[in-house]
Design a protein around this ligand. Sequence first.
Ligand SMILES: [Zn+2]
Length: 278
Amino acid sequence: MKYRNANIGERGYIYGKWRTAPGTYTISFGNVYCYLMIGEHHALLFDTAYGEGNLREFVEEITDKPLYVVNSHGHFDHTGGNAWWDEVYAGPTAETIAKKAFSPEMQEKMNQMPYPDYKINTVRTGYVFDLGGREIEVLEIPAHNESSIALIDKTNRALYTGDEMEAGQVILFVRNQQIPNAEIFTAHMENMKKLKLRSGEFDVIYPAHNGPQLDLEYIDDYIALSESLLSGTAKIMPDIAGFGMAPGGFAGSAFLKEGQTLERAQYGGASFVYIKGE
Ligand SMILES: [Zn+2]
């Protein structure tokens, strides 16, 4: 497949690219957001979307610095383009799902990328990527998925949350092992408290889907949302629409079993979508 330009694919101009802070780019593919952070001697790409077109060429047009490819978690809409590189970094357990595409067609596309058997290095809380004059720290925040990590860019005072804080919502029905909602809400709350403890180190939150940067009040909203769900006082919305979810969104999803339906609860700007009654 030939491309005139790295980001012009068969479906047109497939990637969006914006510089959102010094040496920081948001790269979008549909409603999936990847982030490129450039330091003095290295760059870091946080998530690879589905890897459509030639993601590697697209990134290398922005920077020629040696690249750390890092995943926010193992879901394929964040790992599908990993196979453009021979090595990536991700949180614990990401390797169990990162190479599992959402469809046979996507699997086939991944297999045609240069490194379908790419290596996955596990990183844990406290791990630091040194980009040169710019240190990026890992913090494990598993709830939406077991392998979720956040990145803290202390130099640019920014927090990257993957799917654990999409713009305004978190999808909580897509984990590998189905565990009770109360346990997931508790896990999410504990993670948000961990982020709150670090909130003196960042001024802005970059989510992986559905919208632009968020302010830090979302952390408090998410803590309050979990508390309201755990105490049975949550504001349950009439349907799951909102914040990028269509009313019938995810109906028939492979993540749902027969008979399961979804529910959305909200507090302030924060919203969870989860399996009703689980
Ligand atoms: Zn996800």
